[in-house]
Each structure stands twice: as C-alpha cells, then as structure tokens.
Write a protein that binds this ligand. Structure first.
Ligand code: NAP
Length: 265
C-alpha cells in the first residue's frame, strides 16, 4: 500500500480509538522560533491532531525567551496531569542549549523520543520500521545500509534496524566513494538521511530487490526533493513528498497514544 493510504487508514483507526475515550490525549507543542519550515511542521501536527480528535495545542513563545524561562514552562507542563505528551519544536534560538531542553522534558511525556531515558523511539525511524513491516519487508538477516548518522534519524535508525536483527552498516560523510558503492551494491534495505538532493541516484548499482527509504527533505525553487532520485530500479522506494514525512507525523500520534495509556488519569 502506498504511504498516503497507509497513513489515512491508521488515522481512521486512531480517530475511532480516541472517539471512544472520555479524556482526550493532550499534546503540547512549544515553539520558540520564527522558522518558516518549523511553522509548516507545526501546522501539520495541529492538523493531524484535529483529524484524529486528539487535543494538540501550540504554545508559541517569543524567540528571545531565556533558557531558564523555557525550562520553567516545560516544567509546568511536566507537572500538569492533563498533559500526556510534550514536545519542543526544533531548531531552538542560538542562546538556548538544545541538550538542556531535551533533558528538561519528562521522559514519560517525551513523545519525540529525544531524552536519553525516554520510553519512546524517535518518530522518523520508528515510523519507517512500522511501515516496512506493514509492507512485509523482511528485515531480519538482511543487509541494511543507513546513510547519515544524526541523533534524530541516522543513529536511532541504525539502532532500530539492529533490534530487528538486520546486518546494519552506517555510512557518513567520511565514507569513501569506493566503500559507498560497495555497501550500496550489497544492500537489501537502504535508508538515506543525508540532506542532499538526489544523493542516491542511478549512477549507483543497486539490487533490483532492494528497498529504498528516502528521508531527505530538500527545498529549492522547483519544490521539495528527496535524497534519492525518483524511480530508481528497485523493489520499493518511498516518495518525497508524501513519504517518510507522513510516517513521522503519524508516529507522533502513536507515541502520544502510548504516553496517554502510560499515564494515570
Ligand atoms: P543532519 O543532521 O544534517 O545529518 C546528515 C548526515 O548526512 C550526517 O551524518 C552526515 O555525515 C551525512 N552526510 C552528509 N554529506 C554526506 C555525504 N556526502 N556522504 C555521506 N553522508 C553524508 O541531517 P538529519 O537531521 O539526519 O536529516 C537528514 C535529511 O532528512 C534532511 O534532509 C532532513 O530535512 C530530513 N529529515 C526528514 C524527516 C522526515 O520526517 N521526513 C525527519 C528528519 C529529517 P557526518 O556525520 O559525517 O557529517
């Protein structure tokens, strides 16, 4: 099933589940930037919440808020028993230390999965694994290659693929071209999270049975582009737009439901 239909179906199920609950799951999004890309992501999260009838609330703060005041605000929501999920939209203004903020969020409400003691897997890699399973992609014993090693995508992707018993290789900017070609040629599952338009292209020789997951979101004057050239000769390739971004958004809702059930009402 394509990702759009998969997400629509899961949202219908979530809406049904939430409509049977007297207390609705509540997610607070704190935003402290004026970044247009963040505005778009936040709008998407509010829209998703409304669609499934969850209570998703934006608390937009001025970008000059001090780190101390932001932590006080986070603490207010940490201690608010009516709040099940709490996220702080990244990026943060330069005067605020990202690690301090990630550590300030109650791990039980950390539905982004950023706290080291969190109960939740980060949304992008978790959404990808769930989608691959729904497509009956065999992960166990397969050669998986993750390109990119960021804390929000590459590293947790490697961890989750390993948990599913894949043989995982992680590549990055210091990988030689020769090694990049070698590992990609032998890969059954390829996750590309580099942030470079059409980084993976038809110049690479890939297995026809390979599954390619395109995490990249690259904006230019002609629109949104993935890290992979469209229509590679492989078994399955996730599109951009309408691909991993939708899975990430869906997983925020499923993490919120887990937080909801994990917290006493
Ligand atoms: P990031 O923090 O910039 O990390 C990029 C990674 O790519 C780094 O590990 C870097 O290696 C590696 N890299 C850069 N140039 C490379 C090269 N020439 N060859 C091999 N590896 C290279 O980015 P990110 O946050 O992981 O995001 C990656 C992309 O995914 C971006 O386009 C972002 O917008 C998108 N994204 C999408 C979603 C979604 O829901 N669809 C979610 C998050 C991110 P080094 O570590 O060696 O520098």
């Amino acid at each position: 099933m394509n990702i759009k239909d998969y997400v629509i179906n899961r949202k219908i199920e979530l809406k049904k589940e939430i409509s049977s609950l007297t207390i609705k799951p509540k997610l607070i999004i704190i935003q402290v930037n004026d970044d247009p890309a963040s505005d778009t992501y936040v709008r998407g999260k509010l829209k998703d919440g409304a669609e499934v009838t969850a209570n998703v609330i934006l608390d937009k703060q001025r970008p000059d808020i001090s780190e101390e005041d932001l932590i006080k605000l986070i603490d207010k929501y940490n201690n608010d028993k009516t709040v099940h999920g709490l996220i702080v939209q990244m990026p943060l203004p330069k005067h605020i230390n990202e690690n301090h903020i990630k550590l300030a969020v109650n791990p039980k409400k950390d539905v982004d999965g950023f706290h080291p003691l969190t109960n939740f897997d980060p949304c992008t890699p978790k959404g990808i694994i769930n989608y691959l399973k729904s497509e009956n992609v065999v992960i166990q014993g397969k050669n998986a290659v993750v390109i990119g090693r960021s804390n929000i995508v590459g590293k947790p992707m490697q961890k989750l693929l390993l948990k599913e018993n894949a043989n995982v290789t992680q590549l990055h900017s210091k990988t030689t071209n020769e090694d990049m070609r070698f590992y990609l040629e032998h890969a059954d599952i390829i996750v590309v999270a580099v942030g470079k338009k059409h980084f993976l292209n038809s110049n690479f020789k890939l297995k026809e049975s390979a599954v390619v997951v395109d995490v990249g979101i690259n904006r230019d004057e002609s629109g949104l582009h993935g890290d992979c050239e469209p229509n590679l000769k492989v078994r399955l390739q996730t599109p951009v737009p309408g691909g991993v971004g939708l899975l990430t958004r869906l997983t925020l809702l499923t993490n919120l439901m887990e937080a909801y059930y994990g917290i006493q009402h």
